[in-house]
Design a protein around this ligand. Sequence first.
Ligand code: ASP
Length: 345
Amino acid sequence: MKENKLPKILLIYTGGTIGMVRDEVSGGLRPFDFDNILANLPEARSIHCTLDSYAFDHLLDSSNISPANWVEIASVVRDRYEAYDGFVVLHGTDTMAYTTSALSFMLSGLSKPVIFTGSQLPIGHLRTDAKENLITSIELASLTGEDGQPVVREVCLYFQHELYRGNRCTKINAEQFSAFASPNYPPLAHSGVHLTVDKDLLLPRSYASFSLDTHLETEILMLHIFPGIRAEMVHYLLDYPDLRGVILLTFGSGNAPDSAEFLAAIERVIARDIPVVNITQCIKGAVHQGDYQVSESLLRAGVISGRDMTKEAALAKMMHLLGHHYGVDEVRHYMQKSLRGEVSE
Ligand code: ASP
């Protein structure tokens, strides 16, 4: 970034509540155009940056987001990477943590911020949380250090006064403005009277050059287990012929039923060289296979520990790793290793 030049920020609008209006006929919220957002944010003109925008042709409720849309968002960043100093992505909250996780793996060698935000109430609503979320995201994307370089150089999610690492957070609340949490990694920045960034928590500067990797394997099953889950059903699901990977959402520190029928289904899928990764259903904490007899069986069967990753990060990471046709041993290796700060080593 050149000295004395205003940072150039690109606002990418994908949809979400932030820009929605109420449909007069159905009464439900539906996506609306980008001008509506800017019309409701005259404050944007006072932010110390130059702001441009890019809006998706089809604005999405994020429940309809798919990996193809992740590629679309990441491609907008890639195509304009040199022209801008930072990116703010407006996205629905429902699946935002999946998108931030996916983009964290797809974009490598980032030396600029990519900050996702949205809101629980539309920007035109009297009590909206959109304005603070959007204004502070733009400020964070514009932040430069003494060297004139961006302070944040990773994919993040900003919501309700906290900046989170994108692949460490999860949506926890459908009602309150504090919709997200980062249970296993502290927030990277707080917005109060001052905007305070904890530089020690940020990813270190990457010396690799920036690139976009769009290889994603999507034939993956996320299986949330529960007391009484029928082993026959598990067999049936895992017998899906094109299956390439499984995320098993387990109890506590990685426990699952150890009945012979349930284990047989897991063993059978692993015998087909399909990796199975163990992620806890608990919001905080990590998988420790072997702490209990019931998780020892999973360990013996060859299930891979996902440690303290969120389910969103584990899914995106598996899509990314299998997109490169890695085998079970490579998936096992990389699942334990931090690629973008998504797991504690
Ligand atoms: N359903 C909306 C979405 O995810 C919710 C939101 O934006 O808060 O697009």
